[in-house]
Design a protein around this ligand. Structure first.
Ligand SMILES: Cc1cc2nc3c(=O)[nH]c(=O)nc-3n(C[C@H](O)[C@H](O)[C@H](O)COP(=O)(O)OP(=O)(O)OC[C@H]3O[C@@H](n4cnc5c(N)ncnc54)[C@H](O)[C@@H]3O)c2cc1C
Length: 479
């Protein structure tokens, strides 16, 4: 495990400071033994990225967090908020040590309000638990990262999570109406509420979304709920080449049919995952790419014409065949492959890097795919390519070359991604669409932005967190 990057900027967590932390959050909520805290020193980016830290706290409420932040400010101790730790950019890794603040005990759904179409939740609610609870009341929470079974709502806000339904509903930012936030100095802010319009001052709540716990700690959330979708059906389109697949996507998303999801899987990702699941998809011996498309219709008739239209578009653009799921079992079988890709890749190579996350305009996706293939040759790396293709969001997942040590691979893979990111930026894109910058992509972010923009980043950080104690080393370098 790496030592924390000790900086003289930060204070030392002495036994006296530890007592103040216990006073703030209650002794039962403080953990300091290696056994208790070790698994909080890394996230799903990989154990190779772990960093030591001093103490783990699991507060029960905002008041305790406020008292904790006051103590941390007095002694300038770093505080890294942590949700489920499913992040893929190391955003929850405590690289400067100090305190890890887990919100896992704050996991209640406080209210489902059908009249205002909102739910009020604590930050540690598992995304899918919220989805299930509101579905039972005839409503939809539309956030859907592929990690929905494990991620927490606050983590989704921290990374502005996207996922498989962004094409239809937008990313997490679109689902958040209100937040209670504890600032670095311990003030408790109430932002937004049970309403959908707000031009009442700077949009501070929106600014906090996607800022990886660097500006404040979210302690309560009001989320937007949608009406449940109409009837849906899943299609699997099979392609012999990538260009036809991308051409289909462009035509499908502008077809006027309600598209809920449009996911791309390449040959390697399918081969590896079907092996892991002991299953198979059609034409695996020949197919270069698959599209998994979910369409919606208000009635059986509308649904039928929707899937026929989409299927026809795929075939016109070069799909060799389009399968329509005829039952829930068929749909589950199709989605299982998409949902288990990360597990499949890590079963094939436990060091597979899951952090690749570039976004380019849809029109540039074919170019980006060719560039990724060229970069793979240059860096001698094998990637499985997949992604939320309708958003122009690709996840090249890189496998560790044989013989390379995991430690070297941790830096090598991010150097490879940095090279890919530069090209994505040249094509008018960005280095991350949803996984965030975190620990692993800060260098690439700093290389890709103008000084004027980075100065504004620093100014925002200083306004919210003048001592720089909230998740230091993420989004802006420690000054
Ligand atoms: C198999 C798999 C599939 C995935 N698929 C997707 C996908 O489709 N789309 C997608 O977007 N991501 C995906 N991810 C990445 C990850 O699940 C998301 O980034 C998710 O939003 C992280 O949530 P978390 O609860 O694990 O947060 P964590 O990883 O614990 O934290 C994420 C960030 O939020 C901050 N944070 C946590 N709690 C708070 C708080 N209370 N206040 C302020 N900041 C806080 C942390 O400091 C950190 O910076 C996937 C990951 C895996 C392992």
């Amino acid at each position: 495990m790496n030592e924390a990057n000790r900086s003289e900027k930060f204070g030392i967590l002495t036994p006296e400071v530890l007592e103040e932390i216990k006073d703030a959050v209650g002794a039962k909520n403080v953990y300091a033994s290696r056994d208790d805290i070790e698994s909080y020193s890394y996230d799903m980016t990989g154990q190779t990225f772990a960093h030591n830290f001093d103490v783990l706290v699991k507060p029960d409420n905002a008041e305790q967090i406020s008292a904790l932040m006051k103590a941390a400010s007095r002694h300038r101790i770093p505080v890294t908020p942590r949700a489920a730790g499913s992040g893929l950019a190391g955003a929850a890794i405590p690289i400067y040590g100090g305190i890890v603040l887990s919100i896992e005990k704050m996991n209640r759904i406080l209210e489902i309000d059908s009249i205002n179409r909102v739910a009020v939740v604590e930050p540690g609610v598992v995304t899918n638990d919220l989805c299930r609870a509101v579905t039972a009341k005839g409503l939809l929470y539309a956030g859907y990262p592929m990690s929905t079974e494990m991620s927490f709502i606050a983590g989704n806000i921290g990374t502005n999570a996207g996922g498989g339904k962004v094409i239809r509903y937008g990313n997490t930012r679109r689902h958040i109406l209100g937040m209670e936030v504890v600032t670095a100095s311990g003030d408790i802010l109430k932002l937004g509420g049970k309403f959908r319009k707000d031009t009442w001052g700077y949009p501070i709540m929106q600014l906090l979304i996607g800022t990886e716990g660097t500006l404040g700690i979210i302690t309560k959330i009001t989320v937007n709920l949608e009406p449940l979708p109409g009837k849906t059906v899943n299609l699997l389109a099979v392609y012999l080449d990538l260009d036809s697949m991308v051409a289909s996507v462009a035509a499908v998303v502008s077809s006027g049919v309600k598209i809920i999801s449009c996911e791309f899987l390449d040959r390697l990702s399918v081969d590896v995952t079907t092996k892991y699941l002991s299953t198979e998809l059609p034409y695996q011996d020949r197919a270069e790419a698959y599209l998994l498309i979910q369409v919606e219709g208000d009635s059986d008739k509308q649904l039928e014409s929707a899937y026929e239209k989409v299927g026809g578009i795929c075939v016109d653009n070069g799909a060799m065949e389009v399968f329509i799921a005829e039952s829930r079992t068929d749909s589950t079988a199709m989605w299982q492959v998409r949902q288990n890709l990360a597990e499949g890749m890590r079963a094939a190579d436990p060091y597979t890097s899951l952090s690749g996350d570039v976004v380019v305009p849809l029109s540039e996706v074919p170019k980006m795919m060719k560039i990724i293939a060229e970069k793979c040759k240059k860096w001698n790396v094998v990637v499985a390519n997949l992604g939320h293709i309708a958003d122009g969001n690709l996840h090249p997942l890189a496998m560790k070359p044989e013989g390379m040590t995991p430690e070297r691979w941790a830096t090598y893979s991010e150097e490879f991604y940095a090279d890919v990111i530069q090209e994505a930026v040249k094509l008018g894109g960005v280095g991350s669409g949803e996984h965030g910058v975190g620990y692993v992509k800060l260098g690439a972010l700093l290389d890709s932005k103008d000084k004027a923009e980075l100065d504004i980043h620093r100014g925002i950080k200083a306004a919210f967190d003048p001592l720089g104690i909230l998740n230091p080393g993420k989004l802006t370098p420690v000054q």
